[in-house]
Design a protein around this ligand. Sequence first.
Ligand code: ATP
Ligand code: MG
Length: 348
Amino acid sequence: MKKILLIEALANSGPYVLDAAGALGAHVFVATHEDVYDSYPATLRDKIHGTVFTDLTDGDRALADLAGFAKATGIDAVACCWEFFTPLVAQLAHRLGLPGNDPRLARASRNKAEMAQAFAAGQVSAPRTVSVRTAGEAAPALDAVGIGFPVVVKPAEQGGSWGVSVVNSPEELDTAVRQAQSWPIAAPHGLPMDQRVVIQEYVPGPEFSLDTVVWRDEYAHLPVVEKHTTGGAYRAETGHTCPAALSPADLRSLRAATERALEALGIRNGVAHTELKLSPEAGPVVIEVGARLPGDHLVDVVRRASGIDEARAYLQAVLDEKPDVPAPRKGRARSDSSPRRVPAPSTG
Ligand SMILES: Nc1ncnc2c1ncn2[C@@H]1O[C@H](COP(=O)(O)OP(=O)(O)OP(=O)(O)O)[C@@H](O)[C@H]1O
Ligand SMILES: [Mg+2]
């Protein structure tokens, strides 16, 4: 019986991971804080074999506590669902000698300022980006590197598009930067967030996400998902279509840009969720990568469309087993408020 240590299960993809572990016959031990565990629904608790409580806001202490627990319990693999814990997973896997991402680069998968630096170093096709600590620094920083408007302003650390806005003129910068700094901690653990703000070129074009299972330096790409959003200053997601209707050339170029981004971030085991735009002028541009499963129930959307269970493939990769990523079956799924399957188009 394999044993997996999952750092926090209270996340959109948590139930998918727990179900996949059950199907693989593995036991899952969840690392969380006692107060957070108190808020777990019974349906989640029922899928968990055991727990280890620690303070996940204190990285050194959590690493020491979880390494001790993993050794005593005979843990075979470390996983997570939440972007903010991906660096801790990389460090813990490294400490335990288990498969994982490069711990030296792992913060760049959580922090958009560090991600921009890693992308520049790795010559990844990504928007030019500056990072600032105060609203007053914003206009001079953009001038210094010659970035014009519109720009996108976002917190270095957050998710769910919180604090992200499209800014069309210098007069709007001040408010946008302050807004991006409005969430200094992330619930439910109270993790402190980097208060820097990243400002980057606005990339036009349709938006996609591409999930990739990484195992022993091999990339297995899942079907591309098109993301539909509202326009305007604050982009809200309105739905997803899987698989996206793409030409073979566009599919190849999205995959190539993704692979370059994963290399730049030292992602060498597990799963990655890459968000890209297909710019009419620049081609594929990587907006961000998370070293984790997607949110928004995209695990379900992809599974309904293709038959591929990426939570299962993720766990197989961290267990160092060959992931099951079969060729997708023909189909298409759309999600708006809730995912549903729609008939396959005649072209497949
Ligand atoms: N440089 C950019 N050019 C154009 N649009 C962008 C850019 N950066 C972000 N966006 C838009 O804003 C959305 C949210 O940005 P981003 O993904 O960086 O933040 P996030 O908080 O991680 O959001 P989420 O969790 O919703 O993915 C993107 O999905 C995209 O629609
Ligand atoms: Mg995003």
